[in-house]
Design a protein around this ligand. Structure first.
Ligand SMILES: Nc1ncnc2c1ncn2[C@@H]1O[C@H](COP(=O)(O)OP(=O)(O)OP(=O)(O)O)[C@@H](O)[C@H]1O
Length: 440
């Protein structure tokens, strides 16, 4: 049977299966819910066909080919002809593996090639394969992983795929561009920095995070120097809330004292972290949410103001440096975290290993958030438009991904906080510190 006929028969069979989708889809097991069958049965085979047929031409046109022959040849005596070899080598196309929203393949680079070459060819690949976007990362030396996304999975209403956080301090806060659940896991990455212009979706992300952490046995502590406007929504589920810089300084100092106690406990038990303490003895994990961090660093110029900024800055830095092993986690949000706020904020930023960058106004902000960990993500963060609220670039498992938070409304956040108010751990030391700060 000629190949053409086999391909035609397979295509016809796939078309019939697609047309009959309503008749068989409801019989499928639940774990197959939400699969884009149009992509699986139609788009995926077509895209693989395009990849196979265009790969060689694409590599040559996009500069991904190499030639192992010399660029000139001696024809006779001192007559030399130079030029490009007629048949350059191209990297071997790996096996395209199906994902929920597209496909992924791994390619071994040829000697002398660098990931930057493939990175700059990403747009050409998306064009040749007619997919929404292509992303290239290099998980290990000599290899690149190419992820093609069929359509933008972050467009439209952003509800996270039905997934449950697997363990304590981990929260499913939205979805990723490859169609999976976006999980912020504070046990793997203890501290996070969330940056974005006004109305980009920072508070909504914090609301999703709090909604996920609220049912867990953790203490949530808020610092919101915008008068508590944002975080007071979660009031019933917060163990303490500071709504001015004076209160914040008092609360941060009380947290430093708390981690001092935890350190002493660990030392007495001969362990290196609270996670090694037995269940009944281990202190409750603390998650400190800071909204608009710049407010902690901006002083009115007075001596007292400067002293308070220094106090907050030192305390936050100590918490970031020592907190992870002692069950204290920071989630710090703001519009900018530049060096204009002082050296303290730069030192703090270096301690916040998890980064989430929403839409930003300028390149420097994106560089500040992602430049040191994922320089190739800077341009992607800058391309987030005003309409893409809640869309961000986030560091995920040593790499980065475009993500979108679950759209948690003010009302939903308030209800969740009320519902789980009973699980709020009592931390009188922190509450007294805030009250003391309020009085002074
Ligand atoms: N994931 C999302 N999906 C849909 N809409 C969203 C999403 N995230 C945020 N929004 C919408 O964007 C708007 C701004 O969101 P949000 O208040 O979280 O931004 P922000 O960065 O905290 O702003 P500000 O700094 O001014 O407080 C809200 O109207 C919200 O409903």
């Amino acid at each position: 049977m000629p190949w053409e006929l086999i391909i035609w028969l397979i295509s016809a069979a796939l078309c019939v299966v697609l047309v009959m989708q309503p008749m068989w889809e409801y019989r499928l097991p639940r774990w197959l819910d939400g699969i884009a069958w149009g992509w699986v049965l139609g788009g995926y085979p077509l895209t693989v066909g395009r990849m196979v047929t265009t790969w060689r031409r694409l590599c040559i046109a996009a500069g991904l080919s190499v030639t192992d022959r010399p660029r000139h040849a001696v024809i006779a005596g001192d007559l030399v002809v130079s030029g490009s070899a007629l048949r350059p080598s191209v990297p071997r196309l790996g096996l395209p593996r199906l994902t929920r929203a597209g496909l992924r393949l791994t390619i071994r680079m040829l000697p002398g090639q660098t990931p930057a070459l493939f990175l700059s060819a990403a747009d050409a690949m998306a064009h040749a394969w007619r997919v929404y976007a292509v992303r290239v990362v290099s998980p290990r030396r000599g290899w690149v992983t190419i992820t093609a996304t069929a359509r933008d999975p972050l467009a439209g209403d952003a509800t996270a795929p039905a997934a449950k956080a697997a363990r304590l301090l981990s929260a499913v806060v939205g979805r990723t561009e490859d169609g999976g659940a976006w999980t912020v896991d504070l046990r793997s990455v203890p501290h996070w920095l969330v940056v974005g212009a006004t109305q980009s979706g920072k508070s909504t992300l914090l609301a999703s995070l709090v909604s996920e952490l609220a049912p867990q046995p953790v203490a949530l502590v808020g610092i919101d120097c915008k008068g508590g406007l944002e975080l007071s929504l979660f009031g019933p589920r917060l163990s303490a809330l500071a709504s001015s810089r004076t209160e914040a300084a008092a609360l941060l100092n009380a947290l430093v004292v708390e981690i001092g106690h935890r350190m002493a406990e660990c030392r007495a038990a001969g362990v290196r972290s609270v996670w090694e303490l037995p269940d009944g003895v281990r202190p409750v994990p603390l998650v400190v949410l800071v909204d608009e961090v710049a407010e902690l660093y901006l002083s009115d110029g007075s001596k007292a103001g400067r002293a308070q900024v220094a106090e907050c800055s030192t305390a936050l830095l100590r918490l970031a440096q020592l907190g992870a092993a002692l069950g204290l986690h920071l989630v710090v949000a703001g519009q900018r975290v530049g060096s204009e706020l002082g050296t303290g904020v730069t030192a703090l930023r270096a301690q916040l290993g998890g980064r989430i960058c929403h839409r930003v106004h300028d390149e420097q902000t994106a560089v500040m958030v992602l430049g040191d960990l994922s320089p190739d993500a800077v341009a992607v963060a800058q391309s987030i438009s005003e309409d893409e609220r809640g869309v961000a670039v986030a560091t995920v498992g040593g790499s980065w991904l475009r993500v979108r938070s679950t759209h948690t409304t003010t009302e939903q956040a308030r209800m969740t906080a009320l519902l789980h108010a009973k699980s709020t751990p009592d931390l009188p030391g922190l509450v007294h510190a805030v009250a003391g700060g309020e009085d002074s």
